[in-house]
Design a protein around this ligand. Structure first.
Ligand code: GLA
Length: 427
């Protein structure tokens, strides 16, 4: 098990450790030293809503983390203090996975993700110890930078750190490989929140590497790192300040529509090309080529045609961006970002007026190479690829125009490609 040097602790992990001694100073019997575990949030350069279509994504883990700091307990209780919500939550590992539903019902939303990960680890037959911990972090909550995935992945690392006898996470020889952790945390997201999310967020968090983006094939789960460190460019994330409850039901609806579109396209291709043996293997929109879509897309009702058209084009954009990254052509990458946003707005219909406004403002600022909404949609953030000299003009334009046009304040953040999860004992 790799132990990170405490000197490398991200600031939120340090803050959680300081808080732990204040928030949890009662007479619990602890069985080990104070330790911290953390995992990053992510942005996604391109490849939105492609993950659950078995397609490609190109995320970057960022220098914002969810963090735990605490101590292992001698029993099976997990007791948490959320620095963000200023609230305690507690559950027991006893009876998991069977006791999940009953315990979930009594927990606040944020603690359900932790319970979800514990449940999925137990389902894998992994022995766990209880712990007390402060949960903190600086990933904006619900803002499109995957705060829940960061929390889930940090939870897996917290259990790896605190469980006596421990289980290992890492590369060769470890009990769990990073992608297995990602898949397990994805399942935890499903049971904790009911969102039938793809693997993008959890994989991006698990695979973070400084100065790199990572191309993930969401079917095979193969991945490849690509350098992303242009000193003259900044990744600017702008938060609309909007969170919408309908996001998760609309997300699941999009997923169903993609499944239905796949089925109908498969039938249309089969009917017209009965001799084409590859049709049998069409399982997701990933398997429909742009040429096939051009030929058979008209077999779909309009809404499904728009949804499928977006996904198929977005997969192509991911592969184009990969090529352009290798060539260092950021202008052309920016163009694909604008195009991606237009598709999300007009065809996939997961944007909203506030996101569109931020993208329009960004478009009017010279030196902004591209911008688009980020993540699931219906609120949250935009990602902007910006010449460093244009960061201030962009900030000014947003501060001047966004409140006037929406009645809201936007917050602006510059993110860097950062490393993946980690843990350390501190005492
Ligand atoms: C959310 C989901 C991801 C992904 C994105 C859209 O962040 O959790 O799995 O589908 O939306 O790309």
């Amino acid at each position: 098990m790799e132990i990170n040097k405490p000197a490398m602790l991200p600031q939120p992990a340090r803050a959680a450790a300081e808080r732990f001694l204040i928030a949890m100073n009662d007479n619990v019997e602890y069985s080990g030293p104070v330790g911290a575990a953390w995992a990053p949030g992510r942005v996604n350069l391109i490849g939105e809503h492609t993950d659950y279509n078995d397609g490609f994504v190109l995320p970057i883990a960022v220098d914002r983390v969810a963090a735990f700091a605490g101590r292992a307990r001698a029993d099976q209780v997990v007791r948490l203090w959320s620095a963000h919500f200023q609230a305690y939550a507690q559950f027991t590992l006893e009876g998991l996975p069977g006791s999940f539903e009953r315990q979930r019902a009594t927990l606040p939303g944020w603690a359900r993700y932790v319970l979800g990960v514990a449940t999925e680890l137990r389902r894998e037959g992994i022995a766990l110890s209880g712990f007390d911990a402060v949960v903190g972090g600086d990933v904006p909550l619900g803002g499109g930078m995957s705060s829940s995935a960061a929390l889930e992945v940090a939870t897996a690392y917290a259990f790896a750190l605190f469980s006596s006898g421990g289980f290992t996470i890492g590369q060769q020889g470890a009990m769990l490989q990073p992608m297995q952790v990602a898949a397990l945390c994805q399942r935890a997201e499903h049971i904790a929140s009911g969102l039938r999310s793809g693997i993008l967020d959890q994989a991006a968090s698990c695979l973070g590497r400084p100065q790199h983006a990572v191309l993930i094939d969401c079917r095979s789960l193969d991945y490849r790192y690509l350098r992303f460190d242009a000193p003259e460019l900044a990744l600017v994330v702008i938060d609309t300040g909007v969170r919408r409850e309908l996001a998760s039901s609309a997300y699941n609806e999009r997923r169903r529509q993609c499944e239905e579109a796949t089925q109908l396209l498969r039938e249309a291709i089969m009917q017209h090309e009965p001799e084409n043996a590859t049709v049998q293997s069409i399982r997701a929109l990933r398997d429909i080529s742009p040429q096939q879509f051009a030929r058979y897309g008209s077999a779909l009702p309009e809404v499904l045609r728009k949804r499928a058209g977006y996904v198929i084009a977005e997969d192509e954009r991911v592969l184009q961006v990969v090529k352009l990254l290798e060539e260092g052509d950021f202008e052309a990458i920016g163009n694909l970002l604008w195009q991606g946003h237009a598709g999300l707005r007009d065809e996939y219909e997961v944007s909203c007026a506030e996101l569109d406004t931020l993208v329009e403002i960004a478009r009017s600022v010279p030196g902004v190479l591209g911008a688009r909404m980020l993540g699931g949609g219906f609120g949250g953030c935009t990602i902007n690829l910006v010449h460093t000299s244009a960061v201030e003009p962009l900030r000014q334009a947003v501060n001047e125009q966004y409140p006037a046009r929406t009645g809201l304040q936007a917050s602006i953040d510059i993110c860097r490609a950062a490393g993946g999860p980690g843990f350390a004992f501190l005492t």
